[in-house]
Design a protein around this ligand. Structure first.
Ligand SMILES: Nc1nc2c(ncn2[C@@H]2O[C@H](COP(=O)(O)OP(=O)(O)OP(=O)(O)O)[C@@H](O)[C@H]2O)c(=O)[nH]1
Ligand SMILES: [Mg+2]
Length: 445
């Protein structure tokens, strides 16, 4: 399964749970492990990561003030950001950049993208073709140089990289010099020799490995081999717009301790982004605005607190607070959406919203005494009529609300006394999603 989708589903499963306890956290960690491993993140790394989350959330490291649910979401987010490293702020200092990597990884295209990136930031850029192997490498880079308006240097048909560099380098006056190199089908001595020659002559401040997002577990070894041979300063992950989500490549960077600098997101010159791990993880987890998510989670937690109160004494009043708290979270559909539960039937959602509004209207038309003791409503006939009038609902609806409320109150009573029933309920609630969903379910809505 796709890395992002897998992580999002695991998170949705967790955030949708009524009760997040130790077992739920462990289940979540198992889900996350499975997703990461199937996306080529090395097993060792995955276990280290999940161990750290477990320690943070269940162990002594846990931070006060956050509940379990918040802690888990915060921890997985922070761990992934840490795994991927800092946000990259490209330097605008004049310098030489060598791009290297295996066949077809996107080196030449990325040369053009980088040229455009720095040109847009007001620097002059030169492109140098030091790929002496691929037949049309010269023409390919030359065409890209025209596209992005950067001067091009190379010698057509020349097989000696030393000669190309010695001929041109002394004459290049541009701020940024980007050198394209030859690829290989696999890492070999010949390639290393060539890269060393280029490195010695060009003395690039940056040696960047270009890796395609769809390379899997082999990414780690590849990054390490290149790193040992020529000393990498960073990695660019290309083709993130494709099927590969870069799990392997990202993990490789971590293993080789080289930062991800840019990501390539398409074939066009502008399809390059400086790497921002927070943004990347946000996107991966399906929450582009992570802080907004934390806010939502907090309000779910508030509802949960109210629910605990309700366990002690369920009255129409506490029930009303629950409804209000739930409504504060915004339209239910958006809350469910944020939690990744997009696949609830749309009209079911609409139904519950409407019903919710009517319940709310009826309860707010009651006196504090009635809210505290629902039995009052049945004692005097006039009360139901009054509530119905005050809320614009039919008396039958008020009666329905009362009977649903009583059912729920009975359930709660049983819940408190009966361990077996409690287990059953927990299971039922766990499946049905967020609090409101559960409430509705219990109330037959
Ligand atoms: N979708 C997509 N395609 C890309 C991206 N980067 C490169 N490509 C395509 O991948 C193919 C190979 O790109 P090149 O830039 O020629 O790769 P290279 O590493 O220079 O290849 P060699 O010189 O043969 O080793 C081309 O068809 C590019 O258009 C990207 O970020 N997204
Ligand atoms: Mg090339």
């Amino acid at each position: 399964m796709d890395l992002g989708k897998g992580l999002r589903q695991a998170l949705a499963k967790l955030t949708g749970k009524t009760m997040v306890d130790e077992a739920a956290v462990k289940e979540f960690l198992r889900d996350i492990q499975r997703v990461l491993i199937s996306n080529d993140v090395p097993v060792k790394l995955v276990f280290e990561l999940s161990k750290r989350i477990e320690k943070k959330v269940l162990g002594e490291d846990k931070s006060a003030g956050l509940n379990l649910r918040e802690q888990v979401v915060r921890a997985i987010h922070d761990e992934l950001v840490a795994l991927l490293g800092e946000k990259y702020e490209p330097s605008l200092k004049p310098r030489r950049i060598l791009l290297l990597g295996l066949y077809g990884s996107g080196k030449t295209t990325t040369c053009g993208k980088l040229a455009q990136f720095y040109k847009k930031r007001g620097l002059s850029v030169a492109l140098v073709c030091a790929d002496t192997d691929r037949p049309a490498a010269y023409q390919q880079l030359q065409q890209l140089s025209v596209k992005c308006g950067a001067p091009f240097y190379g010698i057509e048909g020349e097989k000696d990289v030393g000669k190309i560099i010695n001929t041109h380098l002394p004459n290049i006056k541009e701020d940024i010099i980007i050198v394209d190199s030859a690829g290989r089908s696999g890492f070999d001595e010949e390639l290393v020799k060539q890269l060393k020659t280029i490195s010695e002559l060009v003395k690039p401040e940056e040696k960047i490995l270009v890796m395609s997002a769809d390379i899997g577990q082999t990414a780690g070894r590849q990054a390490e081999q290149f790193h040992t041979a020529v000393g990498l300063t960073g990695v660019i992950i290309s083709k993130l717009d494709g099927s590969g989500k870069g799990g392997g490549a990202l993990a490789a960077c971590h293993a080789a301790s080289v930062p991800v600098l840019f990501t390539g997101l398409g074939e066009k010159m502008e399809d390059l982004e400086a790497f921002d791990s927070t943004k990347f993880v946000g996107r991966l987890l399906g929450f582009p605005d992570f802080e907004a998510l934390m806010e939502k989670i907090k309000s779910v937690a508030d509802t949960e607190k109210l629910q605990e109160q309700a366990m002690d004494k369920l009255t129409l009043g506490t029930f009303y607070s629950q409804l209000k708290a739930a409504r504060k979270m915004g339209p239910l559909s958006s809350v469910f959406g944020m939690m990744g539960m997009n696949d609830l039937p749309a009209d079911a959602m609409k139904m519950s919203e409407q019903k919710l509004k009517r319940y709310e209207a009826m309860i707010s038309a009651m006196t504090p005494g009635e809210r505290d003791d629902a039995a009052l409503l049945k004692k005097q006939k006039g009360r139901i009529e009054r509530v119905a009038k005050g809320s614009g609902c039919k008396p039958e609806e008020v009666r329905e609300l009362i009977s649903q409320f009583e059912k729920m109150a009975n359930l709660m009573q049983g819940f408190k006394k009966n361990r077996g029933l409690r287990k059953k309920l927990e299971k039922m609630m766990g499946k049905s999603g967020v609090d409101m969903n559960k409430l509705q379910g219990m109330m037959g809505g």
